[in-house]
Design a protein around this ligand. Structure first.
Ligand code: ZN
Length: 422
């Protein structure tokens, strides 16, 4: 009973804190356990959710593995460091310490995140250490780890782990004068109940946080527009090719009503015709991609011709939205080397094609998506048929029922990155 009560209090603590209080806290003293948890509250949804997930996970593992076991008054402590600087970067590290007094050493764990409130992205090591400096980072990481933790590492595991660097899960924190890397015990040693940390000064490893060129951010705007995608739940990206057309607004109406977003692969020559639609797509949180200027079969063109198709469309879109698209979907889904030579845009196809261009009913189109849909799918449709609009109005509620969140391609990429990283 007491545990339930404490857990409820805990939930109130971590979900109900809307005041400008910046520290979340759980303190529990009982004959069963001692708990002291402190964590930062930033009021940036994305960050707070991650921190909360971590704290919740540690808390429930502790209850399960220690409190309900027969250890004598185990202790759980979570503490943190939190820096916000240049009006731009949030750097948060949480340290977990568990001591059940049955062993000489305590169990430790770490969790960290670096968030750029300007790009609204969590940074990875790739964002702060240039690829040119990776070799030196790897070398120095190994030397430093071996020096500081000589007898505690499993060198074979360490080599394997560093071999895959940086794709794997490496927590880090960054400050104007130092970069700290955290390794979980299971990654590089035979201990899975502790972590290892090493720090570099900027003279040892060149790292950047663009601290000087800080962009003044509108804090309120972040709070309002912060995306609330939960990476632990399935996502799907709807995409529409060949527009904009007079039907595109209808799709935007449905998206707006359903609070969903999509990605529109537009043709450069139509962009000039529908500037308001282009503007609206961006304003309402959806994304614009490049689908060539006039739907030439790109893979059959020369490098220079492809380049013209792509670049001209980029400029058309930029002139209206002030943003360059990040993705190219080649016409007819046809890709070859020349396309990659002609452009550095990310080339994206799809994973579900309900063939909405064929004469089939809206119900069939919708069904051909929701019956096969899986997490992270990219759905190809076209915003130039009436039946597609009707299909979308059937499809979106159905996908919601199945628990799907709608993401743009950039958001999909971000979700994938988060899932890989954490
Ligand atoms: Zn097309």
């Amino acid at each position: 009973m007491k545990k339930i009560l404490i857990f409820i209090l805990f939930l109130i603590f971590i979900t109900g804190c809307h005041a400008k209080e910046e520290v979340g806290m759980i303190m529990e003293k009982s004959e069963h356990s001692m708990i002291s948890i402190h964590y930062p509250i930033t009021h940036i949804k994305k960050i707070d959710k991650k921190v909360k997930n971590y704290v919740e996970e540690v808390y429930s593992n502790f209850q399960e593995n220690y409190v309900s076991g027969d250890t004598l008054q185990p202790e759980l402590n979570i503490d943190y460091t939190y820096d916000f600087y240049s009006e731009r970067y949030f750097v948060i590290t949480l340290f977990t310490y568990i001591n059940d007094y049955s062993f000489d050493t305590a169990t430790t764990d770490v969790f960290s995140l670096v968030y750029d409130s300007s790009s609204k992205k969590f940074l990875t090591l790739l964002d702060v250490v240039s690829p040119n400096d990776w070799t030196i980072l790897l070398e120095k990481t190994k030397i430093k780890l071996m020096k500081d933790y000589e007898n505690e590492l499993n060198e074979q595991k360490l080599d394997e782990f560093l071999g895959d660097f940086p794709v794997k899960n490496v927590y880090f924190s960054i400050h104007p004068n130092d970069l700290t890397l955290y390794f979980l015990g299971s990654q590089i040693s035979d201990f899975d109940d502790r972590f290892f940390a090493i720090s570099f000064s900027s003279s040892e490893i060149p790292f950047t946080l663009q601290l000087e060129s800080s962009v003044a951010i509108n804090y309120e705007e972040i709070l309002e527009t912060e995306s609330s995608i939960d990476p632990t739940h399935p996502v799907v990206a709807l995409t529409f090719d060949d527009g904009p057309t007079s039907y595109t607004e209808k799709i935007l109406d449905i998206l707006k009503q359903e609070e969903a977003v999509a990605t529109f692969f537009v043709l450069g020559n139509k962009v000039e015709m529908y500037p308001d639609v282009i503007r609206r797509i961006v304003e309402e949180g959806s994304e614009i991609g490049n689908h060539s200027y006039n739907h030439k079969w790109l893979s059959r063109l020369s490098v220079n011709e492809i380049k013209w198709q792509v670049d001209k469309t980029q400029e058309e879109i930029f002139s209206i939205t002030g943003k360059y698209p990040r993705y190219l979907r080649p016409t007819y889904g046809s890709i070859n080397k020349r396309i990659y030579t002609a452009t550095s845009l990310n080339v994206v196809l799809w994973t579900i094609d309900p063939k909405d261009w064929k004469s089939k009913s809206s119900k069939e189109i919708a069904k051909d998506v929701y019956e096969v849909v899986e997490d992270e799918d990219i759905v190809l449709m076209h915003d130039n048929h009436k039946r597609t609009i009707d299909a979308v109005s059937i499809l979106i509620p159905k996908l919601k029922e199945l628990g799907y969140q709608f993401v743009t391609l950039s958001e999909l990429e971000e979700v994938k990155k988060l899932r890989e990283f954490y």
